[in-house]
Design a protein around this ligand. Structure first.
Ligand code: ASP
Length: 326
């Protein structure tokens, strides 16, 4: 049952939802007054406090902003039943993933949402997305979520898969937490990870992490170059179940040498669905034997942010692997 008479906080960071047409194209410009006026239509008897923290296209949101948002959650979580973050869709899955790691055991719902059309547009998806985000924020289910197109996803399982349609996000290799239909908003609580400890906000991360997509014939010199440039970690999107070549373009030799030097190398797949398993083929097993870590069913957004966060906690390979697999 949905709880009413609640108090939630909306943090606005920008994105299409708050965009307005400028002479340079669509850009965030709407703020508290404009957005709140419209939200009255969808908030029911849930009390809303609203704060503009940025007015940015999400292409301009990065790790320091993730940190600031996490700190905002820490500052406000005791005063509110839940927090909604209005965010551009382009990098929302990265922010949602990193907030999942930074806000360990968050005791309230933190729900990211945005839209494909500005809230000013007469046929926008903005109000519907906000309605769902507000309801989820008031639901009492703790965790970091994305609310979009009448679906709730775990923040670290969502990915933007369409650039224009309203169903821009999918939950990848993980069930939806809720799909609104004629039964209303039925939350599958079994799919929400249980809290197992004290709420801690840990915003340390490494920005020396790269996501690298393998293509046939790619020279492993790029991997050595990243190491020379000071990169501490790489997520390699390899082929199929996680295969990498070992003929003249010898990626297995490269990962062997760089893992030996202390680089944290995570191998996943460039296939969107069903994840990687390096144990199946020789092209995967060889790299596993060199000490690479597995991304398994993680989205690229989750794998990269988790490696960034893990490297902020420790440089020890086994500890990093433990964090990745948790
Ligand atoms: N470019 C926009 C952004 O990510 C797209 C959106 O919000 O849908 O900020």
């Amino acid at each position: 049952m949905l709880v009413s008479e609640q108090k939630i906080l909306i943090l606005n960071t920008g994105g299409t939802l708050s965009s307005t047409l400028t002479k340079n194209g669509l850009a965030p410009g709407l703020g508290r007054e404009d957005i709140l006026r419209d939200l009255e239509w969808v908030s029911g008897n849930i009390h809303i406090d609203f704060e503009d923290i940025y007015s940015l296209d999400s292409a301009n949101i990065g790790p320091e902003d993730w940190k600031n948002i996490a700190v905002k959650v820490r500052e406000n979580y005791e005063a509110y039943s839940g927090i909604v973050i209005i965010h551009g869709t382009d990098t929302m899955a990265y922010t949602a993933s990193m907030l999942t790691w930074m806000l360990q055991n968050v005791p309230i719902p933190v729900v990211l949402t945005g839209s494909q059309l500005s809230i000013e547009h007469p046929v926008a998806d903005a109000l519907e997305n906000c309605r769902l985000a507000i309801q989820m924020a008031a639901s009492g289910y703790p965790g970091v979520f994305i609310a979009f197109n009448r679906k709730i996803m775990l923040g670290c399982k969502a990915s933007k898969v369409r650039t224009m349609s309203f169903d821009a996000f999918e939950s990848i290799n993980y069930p939806y937490i809720c799909k609104v239909n004629s039964h209303g908003m039925k939350i599958e609580e079994n799919y929400i990870p249980k809290i197992h400890g004290k709420f801690t906000v840990n915003t340390e991360y490494s920005d020396k992490v790269m996501l690298l997509k393998l293509t046939p014939g790619l020279d492993p010199v790029v991997l050595y170059s990243l190491y020379e440039m000071g990169y501490e970690g790489v997520v390699i999107e390899a082929f199929g179940l996680g295969g990498m070549p070992f003929r003249e373009k010898n990626w297995i030799k490269a990962v062997y040498e760089l893992v030996e030097k202390g680089m944290a190398i995570v191998v996943g797949t460039q296939c969107r669905y069903e994840g990687s398993d390096l144990r199946v083929y020789e092209t995967g097993r060889e790299s596993l034997a060199c000490g690479v870590m597995q991304a398994k069913e993680m989205t690229a957004e989750a794998a990269v942010t988790k490696l960034m966060w893990a490297l902020g906690q420790t440089k020890d390979r086994d500890m990093i692997d433990k964090i990745l697999q948790a």
